[in-house]
Design a protein around this ligand. Structure first.
Ligand SMILES: O=C(O)CCC(=O)C(=O)O
Ligand SMILES: [Fe+2]
Length: 304
């Protein structure tokens, strides 16, 4: 048995190091924090504080939103794991209004502007990892991390590769805009009750670029009968079958204010909505959370 990690001390150290990182957000100050977050995830995998995974499906059987036809919504103050479970398991998603307050949105956008000035983003306008530590802090202070732990029924982890801030610009020259209809399960390789917290950092939906989503519980990955994880090219699944489900499911395009979030799992069908007019810019944050025992192979789980 390896030495036990002092989990509460490590969590305190992470928060102290985040204060330092906020004063000087450079790689040198970020690296030790990632090291500690990885160590927390590794400690659980090594058997420390283990508990078996009991799926949300087995723990939450009541639909507190029975009768709601589209996507259930709550205000941030009413956001609980029980509501999240009802909404995801029976309706495909939950909208949380005002999950992040304006200070939190400014805190994230400040980092975005800084990165833009230094041209740090990559060619796909995805700020992968660059803002992960800012996201962690906003997720913690908003109460999201506590809800994630409770929904998962044990310690949750963030998948480092899928914790990011995205910028999307409309571009009339693009035939394919944004991401087509998809479920994320094929990329993770199996059903894992992962939750994506997708949040708007600028107003979106309506006339601006949006997120379209089928408000329905799906219990399998449509058109995906392969073994193991899919490449992230969004092309491997049967478009025909997906379109059939989209049409049956009466998809919706919610309107979001900056700070609103939508949470859904890897079986929910969703994609980017091209706006009616080809103008606009949309900033969003999105992060996938897993129970520590369910994070995909070959991914980097970060504990907290
Ligand atoms: O932001 C979008 O338009 C799509 C995002 C998405 O597919 C995801 O976060 O899993
Ligand atoms: Fe997705």
């Amino acid at each position: 048995m390896t030495d036990q990690l002092n989990l509460s001390k490590t969590r305190q150290e992470i928060d102290a190091l985040c204060d330092l990182y906020n004063q000087s957000p450079c790689d040198e100050n970020a690296r030790p924090i990632y090291g500690k977050m990885s160590a927390i995830a590794a400690a659980y995998r090594a058997g420390q504080n283990q508990g078996t995974f009991v799926s949300p499906e087995d723990r939450y059987q009541q639909d507190v939103f029975a009768g709601v036809i589209k996507i259930p919504e709550v205000d941030a103050l009413e956001f609980t794991a029980e509501k999240l479970a009802s909404a995801i398991l029976f309706h495909g998603a939950l909208i949380v209004r005002g999950l992040f307050d304006s200070d939190a949105v400014d805190f994230l956008m400040e980092g975005v502007r800084y990165a833009e000035k230094l041209e740090l983003y990559d060619d796909k306008d995805s700020y992968a990892q660059l803002h992960l530590l800012k996201l962690y802090q906003v997720y913690k202070s908003s109460g999201l991390l506590g809800v994630m732990n409770e929904y998962q029924g044990g310690q949750a982890v963030m998948m480092a590769e899928r914790a990011r801030i995205n910028r999307r610009l409309t571009d009339p020259s693009l035939v394919h805009f944004g991401l087509p209809w998809h479920q994320d399960m094929p990329f993770f390789g199996r059903k894992s009750f992962a939750v994506n917290c997708w949040s708007a950092l600028t107003d979106c939906g309506g006339d601006n670029i949006g997120l379209r989503i089928v408000p329905r519980r799906l219990d399998r990955a449509i058109g995906w009968d392969h073994e193991g994880p899919a490449a992230l090219d969004y092309g491997a699944v049967s478009r025909e079958e997906i379109m059939k489900t989209v049409q049956q499911g009466k998809n919706v395009i919610p309107v979001f204010k900056a700070g609103d979030a939508i949470l859904f799992d890897e079986l929910t069908l969703h994609g980017t909505k091209r706006p009616k007019y080809d103008f606009g810019v949309r900033y969003t944050a999105s992060t996938w959370f897993f129970h520590w025992s369910n994070s995909p192979e070959r991914s980097i789980p970060l504990g907290f």
